[in-house]
Design a protein around this ligand. Sequence first.
Ligand SMILES: *Cc1c(COP(=O)(O)O)cnc(C)c1O
Length: 383
Amino acid sequence: MINFNQPHLTGKEAHYMYEAVYTCKLSGNGTFTKRCQAWFEQRYGFRKTLLTSSGTDALEMCAMLCNLQPGDEVIVPSYTFVSTALAFLREGAKVVFADSMQRNPNIDAETLEALITPRTRVIVPVHYAGIACDMDAIMAVAKKHNLLVVEDAAQAIDSYYKSPISNIQYPMPLGSIGHLAAFSFHETKNITAGGEGGMLVVNDERFVRRAEIIWEKGTNRAEFFRGEVNKYGWVDLGSSFLPSEVNAAFLWAQLENLDTIQAKRKKLWETYLKRLKPLSEKGYFSLPDIPDYATNNAHMFYLVLPSLEERTAFIKYLKDNGVGAVFHYLSLHSSEYYKSRHDGRELPNCDRYADCLVRLPLFYDLTIEQVHLICDLIHAYYH
Ligand SMILES: *Cc1c(COP(=O)(O)O)cnc(C)c1O
C-alpha cells in the first residue's frame, strides 16, 4: 500500500529533542524556539515570527490581533480548512465566504469588491497547495478599503509571489506580504514540528508587541526576559500559544534539511506532471494550475476530475490497487455548522473543487519508482 502521506524524519530529530531535554529547559521560548524563529526571519525577511502549537493557533492569534468587534466581517474563501474561518468566528466576527477562481482553488480577487461592506475588516487569502493568491489585486483592494490582510500560508512554506507589476521587490516569500500570516507544521505539510505545530508571522510593526503578549498568556513576560521591564504581569488578553522546546527541536532538524526536502518533493511533483500531462491533454482531468505570478513549493499534487461520480470511482480504483488518494475540503459555506448562517450566495467554483479535486500521494520518502507506478495505474485506468 502506498499511503497518501507519511511523515519524514531527517535523522537529527531525536538528537535535538534529547538535547532540549538535557539542557533542562523544556517549556516554550527556549533555545530551539529562538533558533527556528531567527532562521525564518533571516531566510524570508519576516518582521517577527512566533512558533505556535499549530497552524490553527497561529490563525487564532491573527484573529485576536485584528481586534474585531461583534458584527465585523471577515472575507474567507469557502474552499479551505475549517480553521481559517473558525479562528475569526471565535472572535465574534461574521465570516463572509468568497468563491475560488475558475483556474485554481485560490480566492477570486475579482469578486472581493462586491463582498465588501462598511463592516468589512479583514481579507484572508489562503495560498492553496502553496500556490500564491493574486496578491497585488488583493493588497490593492485591502488598501482601498483600509482592510487588514491575513495570509493563511499553512501550506505555503518556501513559496513565492513574483508579479512584476508592482515596484515592491520580487519575488516575495508567501507569508511576508499581508499584515499577518499563519504557517502550519502539521505532519501533512512539507515540514513538521513533530506532528503538530505552526507559526505566526507579523509583518506590520504595529502588531509586534501585542503578538508577544497574546502568545504568553496575556503577560509581558517576553519583555521581562529581554530586561526591558523589571517585573512582568497581566497586561492583555492571551492564551498559551507557544509550543514546547521538544517540538521546536524537532522542527529545527527539519529546517536544517528544508532545501533537500524541497528538492525531492519538486522532483516527485515534476514526475507526476510529466507522466499525467498526456492524459490531461485528452481531457480526462485537469492538472494543478500555477499562474505566472506564483512559484510551486510542491506541497501537493492534485487532479480535478469532471464530476463527483468520476472522482469517487477514481479514488476507489486507486485504493483497490493499493494507492491512497484523497479528496478534501467540503465547501465551508454549506457545512452543517455554517449553512444556516451563510447568506445563500452560490459559490460554484468552490463546490466544483469540493466535488472533483483529488490529491495523489506526495511525501519525501515516496520514490520516483512509486510515482511511476501510480502513474502507470492511472494510465491503465484511462486506457
Ligand atoms: C493545515 C491547514 C491549517 C491548519 O493547520 P494545523 O497546524 O493543522 O492547525 C489551516 N489552514 C490551511 C489552509 C491548512 O492547510
